[in-house]
Design a protein around this ligand. Structure first.
Ligand code: GDP
Length: 439
């Protein structure tokens, strides 16, 4: 995410890093570079200019502190200003109405249907009882797509394939939700390939009839300035309540994320970071600013982990580890949970300093493929009793999973080492002893 922008800002900062103090000249030079970086990122000109003017003013004004270097000072100012540019505080959904009606709007391909599913899952995990309404009547596969997502996330979908009337479908869906005591009703709407009058009239009519409490405008962040322009047109007509930026996982420049708030003055509420249903994050401007500046985002990383790991499950697992019963079934489950946390590269990027290091390294979810296939080729007995996997079993597993015998042996060795370490850490006395022996 945002690799290009990070790179260019990094280069701009170099101007100041070597300097002992902040002067009018070196700040001006740095700001020129920063503005260039922002324009390259597809931030609009006015936003970039206002932004650098503000940073410059603050940098020159706060030159009294001598304890930190100019580079550090600028990083701090940039962090605050970037966060402010993207909206300052995180803005929550207004869910107090029962039912709360949420309208999803945007162009075709922006990721509306995917987001509808992700939002349903997100709300369900917060204890809500959502219903999704399949109102995208023009894109042939949209209704089926939403139904599949509904099954996947365990949230009901209202659809009426007979009808081509988006207003009627939305109203029917809302009535259905009320009957079933759904406290949030998410209405997916039809998009178009580009903005046209018919689309705007139709979605305005859906808005007028359904009186939604939230209207979320979904837009593909990779389209940069186009995303910002489309947002402006939709907002003029719909006066939406928030923006959802999708496909941030593939966005190296970040222009839409940086300019949309200042252009339409509506908060970004969510970001999509992958195709999976779990790849949705509440948007926190300050955390995003830290990430852009390569400072990582440990808070989000911990939160994602917390979402995935169930406390009861963790306690069970600990018990198994203590009894040395941690087996390949547990190991396999752990891999699945880590995968659910999201794209690996994205996760790494949340660790301070690691994002930059990983920039050119290609890691994806396939990283686990080899290990998964080996585990899948084990019999249930073998998974529970890894010690029995001697040479002849290893040969069979390697053949069955399409791996080399060495790979199987390597995995078994790693598994054994991991078990030893885990066992030691689950026993406080042994762990303390191990710590003392550390260099
Ligand atoms: P709609 O026409 O607006 O309903 O768009 P869809 O929900 O069908 O999404 C279009 C494509 O974008 C699909 O292939 C999705 O899997 C993909 N997509 C949606 N959100 C994201 C995201 O956050 N990241 C990535 N990488 N792909 C996404």
């Amino acid at each position: 995410m945002f690799e290009n922008l990070q790179d260019k800002l990094d280069r701009a900062f170099k101007v100041l890093k070597g300097q002992g103090n902040i002067t009018e000249i070196n700040v001006a030079e740095t700001m020129k570079e920063i503005r260039k970086a922002l324009l390259d990122a597809d931030v609009n000109y006015k936003t970039a200019k206002t932004f650098t003017d503000q940073v410059k003013e603050k940098a020159l004004g706060s030159n009294v502190l001598t304890s930190i270097s100019p580079g550090q000072l600028l990083t701090k100012i940039m962090n605050d200003e970037l966060a402010a540019l993207m909206g300052g505080e995180a803005t929550e959904l207004d869910l107090k109405n029962n039912p709360t009606i949420i309208l999803i709007a945007g162009l075709n391909g922006a990721g509306k249907t995917t987001f509808t599913g992700k939002l349903a899952l997100h709300l369900k995990s917060k204890g809500k009882k959502p219903l999704m309404v399949a109102g995208d009547v023009y894109r042939p596969a949209a209704v089926d797509q939403l139904q599949v997502l509904g099954e996947q996330v365990g949230v009901p979908v209202y659809a009426n394939k007979e009808s081509k009337d988006p207003v009627a479908i939305a109203l029917e869906g809302i009535a259905e939700g009320k009957r079933n005591n759904n406290n949030v009703i998410i209405v997916d709407t039809a998009g178009r390939l580009s903005i046209d009058e018919a689309l705007m009239n139709e979605i305005s009519e859906v808005k007028a009839q359904t009186k939604p409490h939230e209207i979320l405008f979904v837009v593909d962040s990779m389209t940069g300035q186009d995303a910002v322009n489309t947002a402006k047109v939709f907002n003029d007509r719909l006066d939406f309540t928030g923006v959802v930026l999708t496909k941030l996982d593939g966005d190296t420049r970040g222009g839409a994320a940086l300019s949309i708030k200042s252009v339409v003055d509506k908060p970004i509420k969510f970001i999509g970071t992958g195709e999976k249903m779990e790849a949705l994050d509440v948007f926190y401007p300050d955390r995003m600013a830290s990430r852009i500046l390569g400072m990582g985002d440990v808070v989000s990383l911990v939160e994602r982990a917390q979402q995935q790991f169930d406390e009861k499950e963790a306690a069970e697992l600990q018990k198994k580890i203590r009894k040395n019963k941690f087996d390949f079934n547990d190991f396999y489950n752990q891999i699945q949970q880590i995968k659910k946390m999201g794209n690996m590269k994205d996760l790494m990027g949340m660790i301070p300093g690691v994002g930059k290091m990983m920039k050119n390294v290609d890691i994806d979810d396939d990283a686990f493929k080899g290990v998964e296939s080996i585990i899948q080729s084990m019999t249930p007995y073998e998974k529970e009793n890894p010690d029995v996997i001697q040479q002849s079993r290893r040969i069979r597993i390697a053949k069955g999973s399409g791996n080399k015998v060495e790979d199987v042996t390597k995995l078994l060795k790693q598994f054994e080492d991991m078990r030893k370490v885990m066992k030691q850490f689950s026993n406080p006395a042994a762990a303390a002893k191990m710590m003392r022996n550390m260099p």
